[in-house]
Design a protein around this ligand. Structure first.
Ligand code: CA
Ligand code: CA
Ligand code: CA
Length: 274
């Protein structure tokens, strides 16, 4: 799938009148704006994708966003996730490598698997929190899957996210204790936005659990993730980066056909959960 609707980024201001939005919708593919389109084109596309969410807050915003990001979505198989991650998490300075969550290391794209030194597929929203496994659905949704070092992935396990704990020697800047994981500063906002996306995308109407946020750090086998207050703080302190915006764009254009609204509109997290 290759969609012509392109959206650029958190600067979208929704200032254009509707006639321009309609014009962009009918633009032929070969004249569609490039990925780094001028702001006016980007705003127009953003206006179209999120039109049904405009002006809403709280539960009605969450409901509108759920509909938007759950319509015409492609669900990947778990094996397709490998190829997707090689593209979405490609190292900008080394196309043959991917950037690992939690450590920021660059590792050969082909060096994936289950052995020490490999990278594998981290479920930022753990499979056990909702028991969704790796059949096509939440367990294969690339919006919350990231390459990680095999051993660091294992250390994080299925812990909720929160501040505090002892340093993780294999992953400098990360901390953990018995019931939570604190990611390094560069990854804090990314993680929060991935968790926010999952809570809105999965509402229990598609054969999988309704994933939701709470303020606990002992959610274990329930379909909840915490701590909400910490994640809101992480989201504010680490705003969307170019890397994150690029991967959101690629997932939308080339893999799943849907977007993470909290990368495009960071203010919506507070509108729903603040
Ligand atoms: Ca803790
Ligand atoms: Ca970040
Ligand atoms: Ca939900």
């Amino acid at each position: 799938m290759r969609k012509t609707l392109l959206i650029c980024l958190s600067t979208a201001a929704l200032t254009l009148p509707p006639p321009l939005a309609a014009a962009a919708d009918t633009a032929p593919a070969d004249t569609a704006p490039a990925a780094h389109a001028p702001a006016d084109h980007a705003d127009t596309a953003d206006h179209a994708y999120y039109a049904d969410a405009e002006g809403k807050t709280g539960e009605s915003l969450k409901t509108a966003l759920h509909e938007i990001i759950s319509t015409d979505v492609t669900r990947l198989s778990y094996s397709q996730v490998w190829d997707a991650l090689m593209a979405t998490d490609q190292d900008p300075s080394d196309p043959g490598s991917v950037v690992l969550l939690y450590t920021g290391e660059s590792r050969g794209a082909d060096q994936h698997g289950g052995n020490v030194g490999d990278w594998n597929r981290e479920h930022v929203w753990p499979q056990s929190h909702g028991d969704f496994g790796t059949s096509a659905g939440p367990g294969t949704d690339v919006h919350h899957l990231r390459p990680t070092d095999v051993q660091v992935n294992s250390l994080r396990g299925n812990k909720d996210f929160d501040d505090g704990g002892s340093p993780v020697s294999r992953a400098p800047g990360n901390y953990t204790d018995g019931d939570s994981w604190e990611a390094r500063n560069e990854d804090k906002g990314d993680i929060a936005r991935m968790i926010f996306y999952m809570a809105v995308r999965y509402e229990g109407n598609d054969g999988f659990a309704d994933l939701e946020l709470d303020n606990d750090t002992s959610n274990g086998g329930t379909p909840y993730m915490g701590r909400l207050d910490t994640l809101l703080a992480w989201h504010a302190q680490d705003p969307p980066s170019a890397f994150e915006e690029r991967r959101n764009e690629l997932i939308f254009e080339d893999y799943q056909g849907n977007r993470n609204p909290f990368i495009d509109h960071p203010e919506w997290a507070e509108d729903i959960w603040g």
